[in-house]
Write a protein that binds this ligand. Structure first.
Ligand code: ZN
Length: 460
């Protein structure tokens, strides 16, 4: 099959190149200025369309098995495909049981493998409850099946608790030995819990109801800075194995990059700041929360230069009953994002001229593929790699509407946002998964559940 006359986004090129791309048996077999079709060979007319490598979203919470009232693999991967994502990497902490053992991993794989529509990999986890078991053989046993390990310095989940600094130092030693990055949710419990207790006492004394300040003040930039600084202090030469997830504070990203560790940010940290809570409320609630307008500008800059390696969504939707509680402190912290991140970065980063093409490609796919051992087959349009691509009409527009998300989650802070560019198709390993041309809603999904493939470190 040949994609004919598209504007291809090839790695290392400063601009899109008009060329043809042939693929067969799931992989790209040639890229050339003009490829003559063999007799009967199928063509995709991509004239006027941009062809990007399918995005990789290296941070989603698809919650299955366990919390499938929030998200499941069928809906999560449909939403991914709609948003140009061909591979997702799923967090260990929002499954039940969490993915901290080989048995839990095997159970999860058996539950989800018949449901996924795009390719997927898993992160393993190290929870405070079970950290000693993980450190004495558990991580070793799980490592072949996961692309990194995730832990928290502060956790709101009873089923997946925070590790202490001593455990974290040993987890980083173990991860480095196993060749797997260690991912950290970096907010400092001393900062957060101290301020939460002070504000709770203040509310009791005055009888006032909780406001957004009660959520935001404890999770201020210091909480991220202290946690990241602690992690770097504990790394002691193993910084290359440390990855800080969902950074919202620009100074944290600067510090992490300068120390030789890596980090990611999310579209919501680029699109919003703390002043938006007044209008958006719980639809914007995440942990860490979005920070100041100056953080927002700083994060854009750091993503553009590469100090922030890549974009992730931290996709973690919840139903209205859990979001619209009317109380900033009890509203579920988490928002959908797997389907809106790539369209947002495409429009506001690349098509607006803010981010040059090579960095856009790294931030949306290649850097995550490299970080998580998938780059032999994922992350760029190159001969020999999987034919994972997304077709974009640059003359089209996309208006984000919660009710049209294919995710189970419909409450998004991006509601009503109008973006440049329209995704017309997402293909994974040479098969169409999403096609906007003739249908909308779930009918635009043209692959079958189970067509997504489970990937592990070193996939080739
Ligand atoms: Zn997360």
């Amino acid at each position: 099959m040949i994609i004919k006359d598209g504007l291809l986004a090839l790695p290392g090129e400063g601009q899109l190149l008009r060329a043809d791309l042939r693929f067969s048996d799931e992989r790209i077999t040639s890229i050339a200025s003009s490829i003559t079709p063999a007799k009967g060979e199928e063509l995709i007319d991509a004239s006027g369309l941009m062809v990007f490598p399918a995005a990789i979203d290296p941070h989603v919470h698809f919650d299955e098995p366990g919390f499938t009232h929030r998200e499941d693999y069928f809906h999560g991967t449909m939403e991914a495909a709609k948003g140009g994502v061909g591979t997702i990497i799923d967090m260990p902490c929002t499954s039940l049981p969490p993915i901290t053992t080989k048995a839990a991993y095997e159970n999860k794989l058996s539950v989800v493998q018949g449901k996924a529509l795009v390719d997927y990999a898993f992160f393993g986890g190290v929870s405070g409850h079970t950290a000693e078991a993980s450190l004495s053989g558990g991580m070793d046993e799980l490592a072949p099946f996961v692309v990194a390990f995730k832990c928290y310095f502060i956790s709101g989940m009873d089923s997946f608790t925070a590790v202490d600094h001593d455990q974290f130092r040993r987890i980083l030693v173990e991860g480095t030995r196993l060749g797997r990055p260690i991912l950290l949710h970096a907010e400092d419990p001393g900062c957060v819990k101290g301020a939460e207790a002070r504000l709770a006492a203040e509310r009791r004394a005055s009888g006032r109801a909780s406001t957004w300040r009660d959520y935001l003040e404890p999770r201020n930039p210091d909480a991220e800075l202290v946690a990241a600084a602690s992690a770097l202090a504990l790394a002691r030469g193993r910084e290359a194995g440390l990855h800080i997830v969902h950074v919202g504070t620009a100074e944290v990203a600067r510090m992490v990059a300068a120390a030789g560790a890596s980090c990611e940010t999310c579209a919501h940290y680029l699109a919003f700041d703390e002043d938006d809570f007044g209008s958006l409320g719980a639809a914007l609630k995440t942990a860490p929360p979005v920070k100041t307008a100056s953080d927002r500008a700083g994060l854009w800059q750091l993503l553009t230069t590469g100090s922030i390696s890549f974009l992730a969504s931290d996709h973690a939707p919840a139903p209205e009953a859990e979001k619209a509680t009317g109380d900033p402190l009890t509203a579920y912290g988490g928002i959908p994002g797997v389907g809106t991140g790539f369209p947002y970065l495409l429009s506001e980063g690349y098509l607006s001229g803010r981010i040059p093409l090579p960095r856009f490609l790294e931030a949306s796919s290649l850097a995550a593929a490299r970080r998580y051992g998938l780059a032999a087959r994922k992350g760029s349009l190159e001969v020999g790699k999987d034919a994972d691509f997304v077709l974009v009409d640059p003359a089209g527009t996309t208006t984000i509407e919660g009710k049209t998300l294919l995710s189970l989650g419909k409450i998004t802070p991006f509601e009503g946002m109008r973006l440049t560019g329209r995704i017309v198709g997402t293909w994974v390993r040479g098969g169409a998964v999403y096609e906007a041309r003739n249908a909308s809603g779930p009918a635009s999904i043209v692959a079958s559940p189970g067509s997504g493939k489970h990937l592990t470190w070193g996939y080739r």
